[in-house]
Design a protein around this ligand. Structure first.
Ligand SMILES: Cc1cc2nc3c(=O)[nH]c(=O)nc-3n(C[C@H](O)[C@H](O)[C@H](O)COP(=O)(O)OP(=O)(O)OC[C@H]3O[C@@H](n4cnc5c(N)ncnc54)[C@H](O)[C@@H]3O)c2cc1C
Length: 306
């Protein structure tokens, strides 16, 4: 049931908040932390599936390098709770605008629970859609990797592979070469002459033709059988987890991603977004930073509302 902002508890009611944050990963928790410290009444709705859950550690986050992803989030949740932030487990199904003088929203969860919010921060991340190659999903975050900045150091100087299924794959191979001199590019789809020359110039060996599977032992190819590899890098399709925004009318770019300004404001007044849901390249530290910045914008928005 939706409870509107009419009660004595700050005027927001038990299920009413100044800000509802959708997503409790790095972006959402940092937004909630900054908003809590700004003494805003905040709730974080989270479905508990952070993108990096399969990884053993978060790398490249100053002061927290290598911490298990779940531990980082647990620390973040404690910090948010310290400033009065509330947590609502569940998945947001839709976000509705409520008619009124200023922005006002109804955040509806899949189980029917509804929260009232004056402002919303969307921080629901993205989904990595992997190519349909047996073994990839099973090895995701272990022997099947995508980001050399996240995992490259841990497999440095080992035999590495690049699954050439995506237009980004040749670029990925050239980057990965920074971490190992033994890199094989599996050209599943045809390579341009230019890409072939660039890979060859960097001593990346090319194996042309279909790949049957990727396993912990290596890459099963049609051309050479199993090519032993410690890890294989793959370029997933990045899909923002923002279906619940359908119907709200947020402006999107040509690729379908919600547009935000430098403060995370979407085209719908009162709706902000941060982290992987609007920025596929955001790592944990930059997702957290974007959440913090959006929180400051939300607070100013509330301070200066008419
Ligand atoms: C295998 C792997 C390893 C990685 N390793 C690193 C690394 O070492 N260092 C690094 O900097 N980056 C790493 N990354 C990238 C990192 O995962 C992202 O940068 C980071 O998770 C982005 O944070 P976020 O808050 O935007 O999204 P997320 O962390 O994905 O958090 C989004 C949250 O929103 C929730 N959610 C989604 N939809 C809804 C909904 N409808 N309702 C409610 N909640 C919802 C999800 O359950 C999730 O908890 C890695 C990624 C992968 C895939």
């Amino acid at each position: 049931m939706l409870v509107h902002m009419e009660r004595s508890d700050g005027g927001y009611g038990e299920d009413g908040y100044e800000v509802v944050v959708i997503g409790g990963g790095a972006a959402g928790l940092n937004a909630a932390l900054v908003l809590g410290r700004a003494r805003r009444r905040v709730a974080v709705v989270d479905s508990g599936q952070p993108r990096n859950a399969p990884a053993e550690g978060v790398h490249g986050f100053l002061s927290r390098d290598g911490v298990p992803p779940g531990e980082l989030l647990a620390i973040g949740r404690d910090e948010v709770a310290r400033y009065g932030g509330r947590f609502v487990p569940g998945r947001v199904a839709r976000l509705e605008q409520v008619a009124g003088d200023g922005p006002s929203f109804r955040v509806v969860l899949e189980d029917g629970t509804a929260l009232a919010a004056a402002r919303v921060v969307v921080a629901s991340g993205l989904r990595d859609e992997l190519p349909d190659v047996p073994g990839l999903r099973e090895g995701w975050g272990d022997y099947a990797l995508h980001c050399p900045y996240c995992h490259g150091y841990e497999v440095a100087d080992e035999p590495l592979g690049i699954l050439g299924t995506h237009e980004r794959s040749p670029h990925q191979a050239l980057l990965v070469r920074q971490w190992s001199s033994d890199v094989v590019f599996f050209a599943v789809r045809p390579l341009s002459d230019e890409d072939r020359a660039a890979l060859t110039k960097r001593d990346v060996r090319i194996v042309d033709g279909p790949v049957r599977a990727v396993t912990a032992a290596g890459v099963e190819t049609a051309a050479e059988g199993v090519v032993p590899r410690r890890a294989v890098f793959v370029a997933p399709e990045f899909l923002p987890r923002d279906g619940f925004l359908d119907g709200l009318g947020c402006e999107r770019d040509d690729a379908g991603w919600v547009r935000v300004d430098e403060w995370g404001a979407t085209s719908v007044p009162g709706v902000y977004a941060a982290g992987n849901v609007v920025d596929a390249m955001a790592q944990v530290v930059s997702a957290a930073a974007a959440g913090a910045k959006a929180a400051a914008a939300v607070n100013a928005d509330l301070v200066f509302q008419a």
